[in-house]
Unconditional design. Structure first.
Lengths: 330, 330
């Protein structure tokens, strides 16, 4: 498997050097692997810190900036960052108003963020945590007890980020983040496996002519394999899986997310089918985002995330954001 | 080859339906295949129209909006749009101030935009044209007499778009577009071929362990094939190829562009090497853009584009833009 890299060992450090060069508005600590918005800590503002294995870009480092994350900690590819990164990030962004850790539900991430919270509190930083576990495909999985955290992470980081930006206190930002997670559900499909630099070959075998329904963002197994389906059939399957688990009365935010290698042309076509399926089920879409936001290296496929929003969540979603991966209003 | 589509015949129409659903700020005419900013025509403003084969998204439809294109005409995948689309687009955006056609240098596009210009002028629309031909890899290629138009299209559309937005007259917008093209050079590499929906199999054969140096955005042959190189070696090759053809005295805009299937993690690492190579050659980088902007469906690989800018071009590049694919300042 060919990759645009030097050696597998330096992939994350090389990417961070490239981020530093491209984004002078961020402070990128390549050695310690922490990406921080340049003006942190912002007086009176709650800090938002997330992180996880690399390979899901722009998540999380690409979501650092005004209106979203204060800092991100990238781990090795598909590997949790270590507590030391998280404590550094918390210390860099804490203004005294406390820090919210946004944690995708993978065993390694949960353990390390827990440990980091204790260490940071020992240093006098007030820490709150929210777990993201939106993937309805399976309960318990490779790397996860309970549901996996996937696309909803973007909505949690965006909405909690907007609340923090306008000066809301830690308990309120935490409650909003929790509400967003509880209001969100996701379902993903893979048309191909992904290849990590360290392994150099696909992380799982997906026979020609089959797709994986309910795949995780590291290529974890989903619900079932089937013979290849049309965009229309996949959209119906994903929307049904999500709506079996939630009954939105309010409009939803819709994320039609590419896994990495699926062309934008196909993602937009898939969006047309997802919107049709939602309309048929009586679900109104308030805002739509189509693109590669929570990726799995070079995996082909897509995921659908719905987040039910009231007027306040929608207002916070629409609030200005200025990050490498998501930007509007400024 | 698995794709997230219904049938090959409807790929472009399906994508346009999906764009319409995701972007209420655009008017998407699915039947006639024209994407127009909703507030067009804008009184007193020069219209900017571009287009080309589909499969390069977000180019061009994703660059429609305030500060960039007024309208885009998507053809079938890797196939020129027809003159009728271009005339419709021109009529939709002309406020009386005239329309600039931005044309990538491919024989079909050039012929069809020429014909459209005549037809539009017959309807009383003043038309100017600028040809984009920035790819230094080869002279004459599959589909092209002369150099191919690739990554510089983004800079031409952005900078001419800013000039039009602030009310500059047609001859000035045209002159700026020409200056941007003349100040830009690109070079691309492929690590894998791409697959069009109609063909369903890779458009060319690239043996395992080899890469194509100087590839075009439709998979056209480049300068040579070599055994796979490191990111550092590829960056040196691309930067040298470009700087053999230009000697920037001013700072440059840098686009490190993904061909579609190369993970953002790798693109950022590649950016680090490109920036190193430029520094070694004494070239200063004023702004950097890293991501999938001028893609080739699911091709793996990347391209480098440099655009030498004076203060005025940099000011126009920095001006606000609000499109699905490029957005800042608003």
């Amino acid at each position: 498997m060919k990759m645009l890299i030097n050696v597998a060992e330096s992939v994350v450090a090389d990417a961070l050097r490239g981020m530093a060069a491209a984004h002078p508005e961020l402070t990128v600590d390549v050695e310690n692997r922490v990406v921080v918005r340049r003006d942190a800590p912002v007086a009176g503002k709650v800090g938002l810190v997330s992180g996880g294995g690399s390979g899901h870009e722009p998540l999380h480092g690409g979501f650092v900036g005004p209106g979203m994350l204060s800092a991100a900690c990238p781990g090795e590819v598909f590997t949790s960052p270590v507590p030391d990164q998280m404590v550094r990030a918390a210390a860099a962004v804490d203004s005294g108003a406390g820090v919210l850790f946004i944690v995708k539900n993978y065993t390694g991430d949960v353990l390390n963020f827990d440990m980091a919270a204790e260490l940071a509190e020992d240093e006098g930083i007030r820490i709150a945590k929210v777990l993201v576990d939106d993937d309805v495909a399976v309960t318990d999985s490779l790397y996860t007890a309970g549901r996996r955290g996937t696309g909803a992470t973007l909505f949690v980081e965006k909405i909690a980020g907007a609340a923090a930006e306008e000066g809301q206190p830690l308990d309120q930002v935490e409650a909003l983040a929790r509400q967003v997670n509880e209001s969100s559900r996701s379902f993903g499909v893979a048309l191909s496996a992904c290849t990590t630099p360290a392994k150099g070959s696909p992380t799982f075998d997906l026979p020609a002519g089959e797709l994986e329904l309910g795949v995780g963002i590291h290529g974890e197994p989903g619900r079932e394999r089937r013979a290849m389906m049309t965009s229309r059939e996949i959209a119906d399957f994903a929307v049904n899986a999500i709506l079996d688990d939630m009954s939105p009365r309010n409009p939803v935010l819709l994320l039609v997310n590419g896994m990495g290698a699926t062309p934008l042309l196909e993602l937009y076509g898939f969006n047309a089918e997802v919107q049709r399926a939602l309309t048929e089920r009586g679900v109104a879409v308030a805002r739509t985002l189509v693109g590669n936001y929570v990726t799995s290296l070079d995996m082909a496929g897509a995921s659908v995330t719905l987040c039910q929003v009231d007027e306040e969540l929608l207002r916070l979603y629409d609030a200005p954001v200025r990050t490498p991966g998501l930007r509007w209003g400024v």
